[in-house]
Ligand binder design. Structure first.
Ligand code: ATP
Length: 300
């Protein structure tokens, strides 16, 4: 039988009459790495905050490790790295991490936490003097101090350089390898593709897609047609063509997104759209994601 780390049943959060999260149901199996993807304002942070018990759903129920997220017995077993890391004044990096270690019954050793967050050389610095990227890494050390069973990472790599990112994802993968459940939100789709074994796409507070990275890519053909447009072609003109989900301009070079590029190319030719140097690309995750989000909008 599956063991659930997270069970969300029809959760909704209403802010000033507007639904930030709208009837979301989702179960996350223990030991999985789940990426929540969605455009700005989709409801990812609100969802994570409800799972953590930081805000109360307007309706619906949340279970974390089978219990109430606000219970001390549950909170002892989870870790969270949220978007704003607030550091305590007048404490060094090592003292800050040590303070967090003492909240937990079975913390990881201080040296290991300094090493996995790449902060060994900064251990004696005042935490408040760290750069933005270093503060994110300190936030990570604080989140994993208790060796949590479930770890939440809300846009964790924002502001991190390439080397830090690599160390960060290696550490996250190692934690997953030890059976930890990881829920992350990110705008970097390639990262989600590499690290997650399940991707949940949220749009306008609702579930837009749910599957493995390869299923997400396969559920939508998500292809693009790129061409150099003649002077008669306008943006409005392109959006009138059936099957165009998005158009991106770079000078006179246009990229059209569509779920059915075969039909679209026929339409473009039938309508006599002036095109040169035509290329058709098969979709990566980025295109799949755009296509899912735009088709969810059309359904409303
Ligand atoms: N405290 C609040 N009061 C009012 N509206 C809020 C509040 N928090 C979030 N919202 C609104 O709820 C919606 C969802 O926001 P949320 O922060 O969950 O999105 P997100 O997917 O995390 O976005 P981002 O990728 O930009 O972080 C947005 O329209 C936002 O403006």
């Amino acid at each position: 039988m599956k063991e659930w780390a997270i069970q969300l049943s029809n959760i909704t959060k209403v802010y000033k009459g507007k639904k930030a999260v709208d009837g979301l149901s989702l179960n996350v199996e223990k030991g999985s790495v789940v990426a929540l993807l969605g455009p700005n304002g989709a409801g990812k942070t609100t969802t994570v905050s409800m799972i953590l018990g930081l805000i109360q759903p307007t309706s619906g129920s949340v279970k974390l490790l089978g219990g109430d997220p606000k219970d001390r017995s549950v909170r002892d077993r989870i870790g969270a790295m949220l978007q704003d890391v607030s550091v305590i004044d007048n404490l060094t990096v090592a003292e800050t991490i040590d303070l967090f270690r003492h909240y937990y019954k079975t913390p990881l050793p201080l040296e290991q936490l300094l090493q996995i967050s790449g902060l060994t050389n900064e251990r004696s610095k005042m935490a408040s003097t760290l750069s933005g990227g270093q503060q994110r890494r300190l936030g990570f050390a604080m989140a994993v101090a208790g060796d949590p069973e479930v770890l939440f990472l809300d846009e964790p790599t924002v502001g991190m350089d390439v080397t830090s990112r690599q160390l960060f994802w290696d550490t996250v993968k190692a934690m997953a390898g030890r059976g930890r459940t990881i829920v992350l939100t990110t705008h970097y789709l390639e990262e989600a593709d590499q690290v997650a074994d399940r991707i949940v796409v949220i749009n306008d507070g609702k579930l837009a897609a749910d599957g493995t990275p390869s299923q997400i890519k396969a559920t939508t053909i998500g292809r693009t047609i790129t061409f150099t447009a003649g002077s008669t072609v306008t943006n409005d003109h392109l959006y009138e063509i059936p099957g165009v989900t998005d158009a991106e301009w770079n000078g006179r070079r246009v990229r059209l997104y569509s779920n059915d590029t075969d039909r679209l190319i026929a339409e473009l030719i039938t309508r006599g759209v002036e095109m040169k140097d035509i290329e058709i690309q098969s979709g990566g995750l980025e295109e799949a994601f755009r296509s899912l989000v735009s088709s969810a909008k059309e359904d409303q």
